[in-house]
Structure formats: C-alpha cells, structure tokens
Design a protein around this ligand. Structure first.
Ligand SMILES: *[C@@H]1O[C@H](CO)[C@@H](O)[C@H](O)[C@H]1NC(C)=O
Length: 438
C-alpha cells in the first residue's frame, strides 16, 4: 500500500526560502566558512602529526615506597631467590593494573622492581617505572600525572599491597641511570634505543624455522671461538665474567688461552670480544652418553652490561616447566644438517617435551638421563643444529628470561621424533653455585 502524497502539499512551504539562499554566500559568511574549513584541516593535520610524525620517547621514574602489609624475608636480599622473584612479579602486576586502568593507560610500558629492603613495619620497595609520551612533554608534568594516578588508586582501589602514602617518592631518571638500575637484575631485554622488548615481539616474527635476531634480543648469547679456526660453540653470559656452556665444546682443547668469546648478533664484526682465562668442565661428563654436558668459562676481563650484552637469569633448582612450554633456542649454528656456521644470530621457538615421551623406544630409546631436557617438535621442522652446541634454551617468565637448557645433542637436526636434547640447567644449579658462587 502506498501513502497518499497529498499530505506533503507544496502549498505549505514558505515561499521566501529561495531568496534567502541566494544571500547566504555574502562575503562575511564566505570568509567565516573558509576560516572554519581551514581550522578543521589544521586540527586534523595536528592530530595526525601528533600520532604519526611526532616522536614519542621513553620517560623513566624511580619509585620508592613502603608496603606495610607484608613482612621482610631474608631471601628478599637475593634477587635470584624464588621469594624475591615472586614478590616482585606481584608488585609489577599491581603497577600494570593501576596504570593500564587509568586514562593515560596506553602510556605505561612496564615496571621492574629493583630491590626489596627491610623497614620498621614492612618492606621498602624500589622500582623503575617506564612510560612513553610525546618527546615534547615535560618530565615534571608526566611526574605529576603519574603521582595523581598512584594517589588515586591508593584512595579508591583495592590493592593487594598497602602502600604508605607519605613514603611514596617519584624521581625522574635518565636512560643511563635506568639501565644501571636494571643491570642489578638479570634477564631483562631492551632494544638499543632503550625500548623494552616484549616476549611477543619474538614470537610474532617466528612462523616456522629460524629467524635472525634483532640487536638486544638475546644479549646473553656468546660465540666461543678457537683462535685460528673460528666459531665452535654458543655460550650464555650469567655474570660479568662467567659463561655457561656445554662440556663437549671443549673436547678439542680445554686450554683457555686457545679460546676467545664474542658477543653481539654477528660473529664478524663482534660487539664485544674477550679472552678466556679459565675453563671448568663437569667432572662427571661422559662423552659416550653425553651425561653432565655442562661447563663454565671465565673471561679474563669483565664485560660491561648494556642493551647489547647482558646476563641471563639462572633458574631456581625447583623450577619445573610442564611439557609444551614455549621456549627459545638461539645460535649461530647451521640451518640445515651439516651446513655452515651462520654469521648472524638466529632464534627458534620450540616446546619442551616430557622425559617420558622423549625417553620412549620410538624416540630416544632410554638415552635420556635426569640431567637432560628435550625440546622441539615431535614432527620435526624446528630444532637446534650443529654449531648451536653450548648455546641457551631460554624461558620467559614475566619479561625476565631464564636459561633452562644448554644445547647438547640430538640425532641429526629437526627430524621427526628426534627433538633437541639439552642439559637440564635446574639439575646443575647447585653445581654452578659450588663452582663460582652464583
Ligand atoms: C630412560 O630410560 C632408561 C632405560 O629404560 C632409564 O634407565 C632412564 O632412567 C630413563 N630416564 C629417565 C630420566 O627416567
């Protein structure tokens, strides 16, 4: 059915409209209209510039405050202890929640606890807070914003920790100070431009197989080289002077003066180069079974920690990774069976495989000892290979990286049902402590 058009009779429209329209574009209106258009375009350009052209930069603050609802524990003084690690993750999680919920939430990058120290009633927390704001913003203005957000959450939000308001201090710090504070903790990665490297950046770039690493992505990776014959093995920096590697790397020679270590994402040119002064091979290393395939090498002079060279954390001996945990293996090793050493560092994501599976008749048929850890994929495809030996298998726990394996052996590379076999670092945690005291 159609509506009758009569209801919209033309006779009811005012007749003057046409006349008025003609007068609309008088010079003043035209000028105002032009001005408005120019202003809108200007604002649009401003907004685009703000988000695209204008550089954001990182702003760092040192926050100190007292938490009154927890008691200080002896092990908080040891940053590698489980107590320190768990407590600091809880505090860091609380900070993310506070800042991610606030209006400027996208500006918060992350935070790291630097130290937990005793106070009369409770624990003093020292931590670094990282934000990203337009480079034109002022350090003091951001500080005020951050303080406001913190005070507000103290008042209104149910926080897991009771922060004493009068104890709260916020101090702006520069790149250098921030890096030196973070150097007191292991396993933290940053890009050369001081941006944190989240775990997802590594995961996202790996589709299948091995991708070349970015600067600062695996800053503990070292290359162990025999003078005159080049790269032999990988190794991992665990302190200013000590490298953790595999015992089988020193089959040719245990004479430290024949070895050098380099750091950086390329073998040539290296970012840092050091001589080796001491080599400690596990006394029960067995060539035939590959059991206890672990060794330590000490540099003659210490390395300075930076975004390019950094130590990895040693896991607590109690750490247990369930099967199918995502871990990363890195190295300069060949990418095909019997291929050449690569000049650029590469990485691969693999998954841990339970010993009960790995030790099966159809897999490694009883060759797996309690000191070994299997990782890879049962269908093959991604694996460590020749030249990766001694290098790290690392695990990311809340942006702190732990070495859980040392590349040890495997039947060929990336064959189905022949995953990589690694030295299980947690099993040797006490051995490491007994040799070098860390
Ligand atoms: C793997 O199997 C062999 C032979 O059955 C056994 O001796 C060994 O203890 C097993 N390894 C582990 C870690 O259970």
């Amino acid at each position: 059915m159609m509506y009758a058009p009569v209801e919209f009779s033309e006779a009811e429209y005012p007749r003057v409209t046409y006349q008025k329209r003609q007068q609309f574009w008088d010079p003043i209106r035209l000028a105002l209209f032009t001005l408005a258009i120019v202003a809108i375009i200007g604002i649009a350009i401003g907004i685009v510039t703000h988000f695209v052209v204008e550089d954001d930069r990182s702003f760092y603050y040192l926050a100190s405050f007292k938490v009154t609802n927890i008691k200080y524990r002896e092990n908080y003084g040891m940053k590698s202890s489980r107590e320190f690690t768990e407590r600091s993750h809880q505090i860091e999680r609380m900070m993310s929640r506070i800042f991610r919920r606030s209006s400027g939430g996208g500006r918060f990058i992350k935070s790291h606890v630097i130290s937990l120290s005793p106070s009369e009633q409770g624990v003093n927390i020292l931590m670094v807070l990282m934000f990203r704001y337009p480079s034109t913003d002022s350090v003091e203005r951001i500080k005020k914003k951050v303080e406001r957000t913190l005070y507000q959450s103290l008042k209104t939000k149910q926080l897991p920790f009771s922060i004493s308001k009068p104890s709260l201090r916020l101090t702006p710090i520069d790149n250098r100070k921030m890096r030196s504070l973070l150097n007191s903790r292991c396993g933290i990665r940053m890009t050369p431009s001081n941006m944190p490297l989240p775990a997802s950046s590594s995961t996202a770039r790996i589709v299948q197989g091995r991708e070349t690493a970015m600067d600062g992505e695996w800053p503990w990776q070292a290359s162990l080289q025999l003078i005159g014959s080049g790269h032999q093995c990988g190794a991992s920096l665990i302190s200013h002077t000590w490298l953790l590697t595999a015992a089988h790397c020193f089959r040719k020679t245990k004479d430290p003066s024949k070895w050098i270590a380099t750091f950086g994402t390329t073998i040539t040119p290296p970012a840092v180069k050091r001589n080796v002064g001491k080599i400690i091979v596990h006394e029960n290393y067995h060539r035939e079974t590959n059991d206890n395939d672990i060794a330590l090498a000490q540099l003659t002079t210490q390395v300075e920690f930076s975004n390019i060279v950094q130590r990895v954390c040693l896991p607590d001996s109690s750490l247990k990774l369930p099967p199918k945990t995502s871990v990363f293996v890195t190295g300069f090793g060949s990418i095909v069976d019997d291929g050449p050493t690569q000049n650029k560092l590469r990485q691969a994501r693999v998954e841990t495989i339970g010993t009960s599976v790995c030790n099966r008749t159809d897999v490694y048929d009883g060759l797996i000892t309690p000191g070994m850890l299997c990782a890879g994929f049962m269908e093959g495809k991604v694996d460590a290979c020749k030249g990766d030996s001694g290098g790290p298998l690392v695990y990311d726990n809340h942006d702190i990286w732990y070495i859980v394996g040392i590349v040890s052996w495997g039947q060929s590379c990336a064959l189905p049902k022949k995953p990589g076999v690694y030295t299980r670092v947690t099993k040797y945690r006490h051995w490491i402590a007994s040799k070098i005291g860390i």
